[in-house]
Ligand binder design. Structure first.
Ligand code: NAI
Length: 538
């Protein structure tokens, strides 16, 4: 056991000024700290005060990251003290800037870096991680970091930040989590020319050599950590989809960009239907943008409809995609993943005309282009539907297909609205509306907790449908009354444990668990969750 000075440098058990007099005496800490012991609450207040004087989010990120390396309990206690404030500081949007500046602000080791130059030795590298029981891995190859593109080895900020959210939002124990960055080179010439760049200065490896590297990584993880789940994060589409297809039926794994996104949008639709009073099976969806977000959402929504008894082919026919050249029809040139959603229709190149022709109940903006949900679009939706569901998801805010105010104003307050980036509350015709944000954070921490607790063998799409329903159930009626279709971020921890319990139940009932089923799943999940309180040292 660590004592004395070493103890103060072990973030997992250090409690800084909160060591009591008797602990200080027993552990050889007397004289190493200011003399008066404090409480955890006092320490949290001190961090709040330190953050308050910093005038940039990046500085706040750095302070929090430093805290994570000094006192883990205090770090999570701060994050959990006000998730709505702290999640954007340790994850999006601040983490994006931190990844861009990674090589310049690097100050402490965290996680495992696996460069492609270490081919054949990945298991050895993983063996250097001090924790032998790893249950949850978030891994990136840094190629498509948020909307920022190829950030090479700087992508490591993403697995680190995302895993912090698994713990802060759903209690996945931090000691069981491992952030990993695969360095296969970078095509970002700015980085390769930067003298401070910390990754391999070479073009990204593609093709068979890349696939073999991923395969070696998966094999090494399976052997070293047989109970772990691998979550792929921020891979470019060309790799994200094939990797998921290759491994989803072989190991416990998922891709949050694809499956978590689809699930959180489905959750929003389920909650919106509580406002409109309709059934999922009766919805018609029109997507603006036919990329990976659109097809991922359309696919999960179709599967959810199929679970309600609609034949899958019919369900798929209820989603249509409208891309830069117009409606995707059976006569269009299509990519494989778009084919299930091509409609048998004459060409339509105007989005308003597509709405008039297909009469969607829901429009979803995933085009990356701002302002395309213009007045005519919203008015057409409001003409066809009593309560049109309008979901402009493109991020960041500057790319949103419309603002909350526009959607409410142009629909005379009848739109049911949520967006990818946050919008402040708006008042239209004396009515106050609170726009929701379709943030994956409602899904992935809970999924991680369920997978960890049950020691799930696989992560299936049905588990994401269960999670979506569970999130939607937790939106209170008074939230729905102001148009809010997602739970409050302030209550994310209890909401996530509820979602985790429902997903865990599904895992047990479908023979996907390796852990024995407990009598009371909700209580069992709560007992397994990490809580940021000081525990006895021993
Ligand atoms: P993508 O690049 O795969 O797809 C974008 C699609 O939009 C492409 O097919 C492109 O041709 C099309 N497009 C471009 N201009 C258009 C136009 N003028 N009219 C119609 N279509 C047009 O991107 P991806 O991954 O599908 O993401 C799309 C957007 O959705 C991004 O802004 C992303 O931030 C956002 N998103 C939001 C999420 C959330 O809020 N939870 C989750 C995932 C994505």
């Amino acid at each position: 056991m660590n004592t004395g000075y070493d103890l103060l440098h072990n973030a997992r058990i250090n409690r800084g000024t909160a060591f009591s007099d008797s602990e200080r005496r027993a552990l050889g800490l007397e004289g190493l700290l200011p003399p008066v012991p404090t409480t955890l609450e006092h320490q949290v207040a001190r961090i709040h005060a330190q953050l308050a004087v910093l005038d940039s989010d990046l500085l706040k990120y750095l302070l929090l990251s430093d805290l994570q390396s000094r006192n883990e309990i205090l770090y999570y206690s701060v994050l959990m003290s006000d998730p709505a404030i702290f999640l954007p500081l340790v994850y999006t949007p601040t983490v994006g800037e931190a990844c861009q500046k990674f090589d310049h602000i690097f100050h402490a080791a965290r996680g495992i870096y696996l460069p492609i130059s270490a081919r054949g030795r990945l298991s050895e590298y993983l063996g250097n991680w001090p924790q032998k029981d790893v249950r949850f891995i978030v891994v990136t190859d840094g190629e498509r970091i948020l909307g920022l593109g190829d950030l090479g080895v700087g992508g490591m900020g993403i697995p680190i930040g995302k895993l912090a959210l698994y713990t802060a939002c759903a209690g996945v124990p931090p000691e069981l989590c491992l952030p990993v960055t695969l360095d296969v080179g970078t095509n970002n010439l700015g980085l390769r020319d930067d003298p401070l760049y910390l990754g391999l200065r070479q073009e990204r490896v593609r093709g068979a050599a890349y696939d073999a590297f991923i395969e070696e990584f998966v094999d090494a993880v399976e052997k070293r950590y047989p109970k772990s789940c691998i979550q792929w994060e921020d891979f470019a589409n060309i790799n994200a989809v094939p990797i998921l297809v290759r491994y989803r039926d072989r190991i416990c794994t998922y891709n949050d960009d694809i499956q978590g996104t689809a699930s959180v949008v489905l959750a929003g639709i389920y909650a919106a239907l509580r406002i409109t009073g309709q059934k999922l099976a009766d919805q018609r969806l029109l997507f603006l943008g036919a990329g990976s977000a659109a097809t991922g959402i359309a696919d999960l929504v179709s599967q959810a409809m199929a679970l309600e008894g609609v034949p899958l082919k019919v369900a798929r026919g209820k989603s249509a995609l409208f891309d830069i050249n117009g409606l995707l029809t059976t006569a269009s040139e299509l990519r494989d993943f778009q084919k299930p959603f091509a409609v048998n229709h004459a060409p339509v190149t105007d989005f308003v005309e597509a709405i008039a022709a297909l009469r969607p109940t829901v429009i979803i903006g995933v085009s990356t282009v701002p302002k395309l949900f213009n007045q005519k679009v919203i008015e057409k939706m409001a003409e066809i539907n009593e309560r049109p569901i309008i979901l402009p998801l493109s991020n960041p805010t500057s790319r949103s297909e419309c603002t909350a105010e526009e959607a409410y104003t142009w629909s005379q307050g009848r739109a049911v609205f949520a967006s990818g980036s946050p919008f402040p509350p708006v008042t239209v015709n004396g009515h106050r509306f609170v726009p929701g944000q379709g943030n994956n954070v409602y899904i992935f921490p809970a999924m991680g907790m369920a997978v960890y607790a049950t020691e799930a063998r696989r992560v299936t799409d049905e588990m994401f449908i269960v999670a979506a329903k569970s999130v939607a159930e937790q939106v209170h009626d008074d939230s729905l009354a102001v148009g809010l279709i997602y739970p409050s971020q302030g209550k994310i921890f209890s909401a996530s444990l509820h979602v985790a319990a429902q997903v865990a139940e599904y895992v047990f009932d479908h023979g996907l668990a390796r852990a024995p089923k407990p009598a009371d799943i909700g209580r069992w999940i709560r007992d397994k969750a990490f809580t940021a309180t000081y525990r006895p040292i021993g």
